[in-house]
Design a protein around this ligand. Structure first.
Ligand code: AR6
Length: 181
């Protein structure tokens, strides 16, 4: 059992400014960068992140939806970047999209454990360009994280931060975390 329960918290921030052990990137399968939080992370972190992504793709191929890979964080204040690929929302197959999104959170938490992280920050994966409904995504994110913490022994992980970039997501997460207490 962890020494103290892992804290779940929510902030309204640009994730590239957070000095946590790992930040999560909402990437696409190519891992070659893009818009949204992906663009912000590559722009602020510099070319070392893209170089590391190229090495991973050359060795293992593209990153599939629901999976995650770790790279260095270049010039970012964070220690590492975990790149995960969320599902692209469509109205059919909603349950499958939920499972893929939950897997993004679980795989990143697996990486946090592997890399001995004490703190990790997630953006609201898939809720931008990929169009996942925000309230549904927030519930999946919190349930997947709480489920992982309930299942996995991680003595080190002290805090999981849900980093929101808009007040709509902030309020959703505040409400969900209040329900968890
Ligand atoms: N800090 C924290 N959150 C942010 C930031 C930031 N600097 N910038 C945007 N967000 P999105 P997706 C929020 O579109 O939906 C990219 O082109 C944003 O408000 O970044 O998973 C990739 O390359 C939203 O709530 O990611 C892929 O092709 C959340 O981050 C595709 O978009 C996710 O929005 C992935 O789409």
């Amino acid at each position: 059992m962890p020494d103290a329960p892992t804290r779940l918290s929510v902030v309204l921030a640009d994730i590239t400014t957070l000095g946590v052990d790992a930040i999560v990137n909402a990437a696409n399968s190519s891992l070659m960068g893009g818009g949204g939080v992906d663009g912000a992370i590559h722009a602020a972190g510099g070319p070392a992140i893209l170089a590391a992504c190229r090495t991973i793709v050359a060795a293992n191929g593209p990153c599939q939806p629901g999976h995650a890979v770790a790279t260095e964080a270049g010039e970012l204040p964070a220690g590492l970047v975990f790149h995960t690929v969320g599902p692209i929302w469509t109205d059919d197959g909603a349950d499958e999209h939920d499972r893929t999104l939950a897997s993004c959170y679980a795989r990143c938490l697996d990486l946090a454990r592997e890399h001995h992280c004490r703190t990790i920050a997630f953006p609201n994966v898939s809720t931008g360009v990929y169009g996942f409904p925000k309230a549904r995504a927030a519930r999946v994110a919190v349930e997947a994280t709480a489920g992982w913490l309930g299942r996995v022994d991680d003595h080190r992980l002290g805090e999981v931060v849900f980093c929101c970039f808009g007040r709509d997501n902030l309020h959703l997460y505040q409400q969900l975390l209040a329900e968890q207490r």
